[in-house]
Every structure is written in C-alpha cells, then in structure tokens.
Write a protein that binds this ligand. Structure first.
Ligand SMILES: Nc1ncnc2c1ncn2[C@@H]1O[C@H](COP(=O)(O)OP(=O)(O)OP(=O)(O)O)[C@@H](O)[C@H]1O
Ligand SMILES: [Mg+2]
Length: 311
C-alpha cells in the first residue's frame, strides 16, 4: 500500500488525540497521482482514550487544476489590458506632447539667436528660457493628466467592502502562494468602514501589490516567505490596508522612485504595476505609500476614505 505512506505520520498525530488537516499527493496504481485535502478527527471515548480516527478525505485535483487555469487566464488578461492601456496612453500622450515640444524647439532656437547676435539680447534669451521651463512642466502635466484620465474614465462608484476585496484576491492567489511556498496571513479588522469606489480596480491594486510581494520573495529563504495583509481603521475613520512581505525591501533611500512609470528590476516587468495602482488609489481620494520594514522586507500601505453607505 504505497499511497498510505504519506498519510502515516498524520495518522500518528490523529491517534495521539489531535485533529490534523493537510494536503497530500496520493500516487495511484496507474502511475498518476491525485491531490487530496484531508482532515483526521480522533475518535475519543469518555475515558479520554483514542479509539481511532475519522478520515475526511476530499479529492481536490480538479479544483486545483481549475484554480491554476483561472490564474493563467487572469495573468493573460492583465497582460492584455496593460498592453491595451499602454497603447492608448501612448497615442494620446504623443498627440498632446506635440504642442509643448514644438514650442520648446522654437524657443531654444530663438534663445540661441538672441545670445549669438552681435549685441546679445540676454533679456529676450531669458524670456525664451522661462517659456521653455513652463512648456517642459506642461509636458510633464500632460503625462500625469492622461494617466489619471484613463483611470477615472473607467471608474465605477459603489460601496466596497475592503475585507471582502482582500479575501477575494487572496482566494484568487491561493494556488500561486502554494506553488511559490509563501505563507499568506490575512489579519482583517472587524467593523471596517466600507469605502466608495470601483471594486474591480481596488482588487486589481491589491493583486498588484500581492504579486509584487510574491515576486520580491523569490530570493528569500523558503521558510521566510511570509506575506501579511492587514486591514484596520485609520485616523478619520479611513479604511487602511497594508501588504507586508519578507523580501529584500526597496533600494535604500528611494522607495518613492518605484511609483514612477517604467521603473522595474524584473526581466519581464513593465514597471507599470505601482504607478497604475497609485493612480487608482488617488482617483479614490486615497493614498498609496511604500515603507521599509524595520526588520527587512517591504510594506505597501493603502489609505481609503470611508463613505460607501451614502453613495
Ligand atoms: N514588495 C516589494 N519588495 C521589493 N521591491 C518591490 C516590491 N514591489 C515593487 N518593488 C520594486 O518596484 C519595481 C516596480 O514595481 P511595479 O509593480 O511598478 O513594476 P514591476 O512589478 O517591475 O512590473 P509590472 O508592470 O509587471 O508590475 C519592481 O520592479 C521592484 O523592483
Ligand atoms: Mg508589479
């Protein structure tokens, strides 16, 4: 009985009087293996003797396979969405940037002319340079506004239960966490205020942060891959979420840099997860911040204003 082997140590625990719950792979004679979820409940008589145990065993092979497929589809969808978003963004940005860039080119030519003349006109040159500075700022604003616009245009408003959003995303990432050997702990506050916003987008933010944490911890020791998502009530009754990991943390000194578009340390990263997440949280009237943990690792902190009921 080859397949009993894996279950034996757990049987011993159950026979010592403790309930055990675990997942295991059970080899079948046809060479295939099935994944099972099992609970052994000891059968204890009035004299506190263990007579045996009840084994509640469920075959979860199909369930796990479906979860993996859902995750793959989700990753593909997120990728397609991001590429589509980027394409749209790039077109509008190029269009809007044309004007300030042409002005910058014209003004810098003028400044050169004023300075290269036989009698240099520094006053006009300074004016041209001042115009260049303000056009450069305008160009920067175009990029920021386009990003915000893109996100606001798609924003729905409904009361969102923050704890439920966290639990949904954690459920979605369960098999991911198992395969990456990450322990995920949810520490959710009772009576958290609902917030008003777009459930899908808020879940997208939590997902981005959790996936970043998973990716950050691939370099950590296996027994130190811990992700904790905590919700709590903040000042002014806000709903707060922190996502903390035990990875390497951010580069010293500049955690804010990671919110800039295209900042990535990953071979396949776009560097858009955090900037998009911050824009979504901004559009909800909240804040997204990155902090170093005193004992290593990173914490991403979301603050969302209360106010789901009356919207
Ligand atoms: N939890 C974390 N711990 C350490 N570094 C992190 C963490 N989260 C993000 N970073 C750093 O910030 C960078 C930017 O993250 P961001 O999510 O914006 O982009 P990305 O994950 O690289 O790519 P993608 O666009 O696929 O999300 C990452 O490449 C990584 O260097
Ligand atoms: Mg990311």
């Amino acid at each position: 009985m080859r397949h009993i082997k894996q279950l034996d140590p757990k049987a011993e625990t159950a026979l010592s009087g403790q309930t055990v719950t675990f997942e295991a792979y059970v080899p079948f004679p046809n060479g295939k293996q099935r994944q099972v979820h099992a609970t052994y409940v000891p059968h204890i008589n009035e004299d506190a003797e263990v007579l045996g145990f009840f084994a509640l065993v469920r075959d979860i092979t199909e369930q796990v396979r479906t979860e993996e497929e859902v995750r793959r589809n989700r990753d593909e969808l997120a990728h397609v969405l991001r590429v589509a978003t980027m394409g749209e963004l790039a077109t509008s940005v190029a269009h809007e940037l044309n004007q300030p860039l042409s002005a910058i080119a014209a003004n810098s030519q003028a400044a050169r002319r004023f300075l290269a003349a036989d009698r240099p006109n520094t006053e006009e040159a300074i004016d041209a340079l001042t115009d260049i500075t303000s056009d450069a700022k305008r160009a920067g604003n175009v990029i920021r506004r386009m990003r915000d616009l893109l996100i606001k245009r798609q924003l729905q408003r409904e009361p969102v239960d923050v704890n439920e959003a966290v639990s949904n995303v954690a459920g979605l990432l369960h098999s991911d966490a198992v395969s990456r050997q990450v322990t995920v702990t949810l520490d959710l506050a009772d009576e958290l205020p609902t917030t008003s916003g777009d459930r899908t987008q808020l879940e997208q933010v939590i997902l981005n942060l959790m996936v970043n944490a998973f990716e950050a911890m691939t370099s950590s020791e296996i027994d130190r891959r811990e992700l904790v998502v905590r919700t709590f009530i903040g000042d002014a009754g806000s709903a707060e979420i922190t996502v903390s990991d035990t990875g390497p943390g951010f580069h010293p000194g500049r955690p804010d840099n990671v919110f800039e578009p295209f900042v990535t340390t990953k071979a396949n990263g776009l560097g858009m997860g955090l900037p998009i997440s911050r824009s979504i949280i901004d559009a909800h009237g909240g804040r997204l911040e990155a902090v170093h943990n005193p004992d290593g690792g990173a914490t991403l902190h979301i603050t969302l204003p209360a106010g789901g009921e009356d919207s």
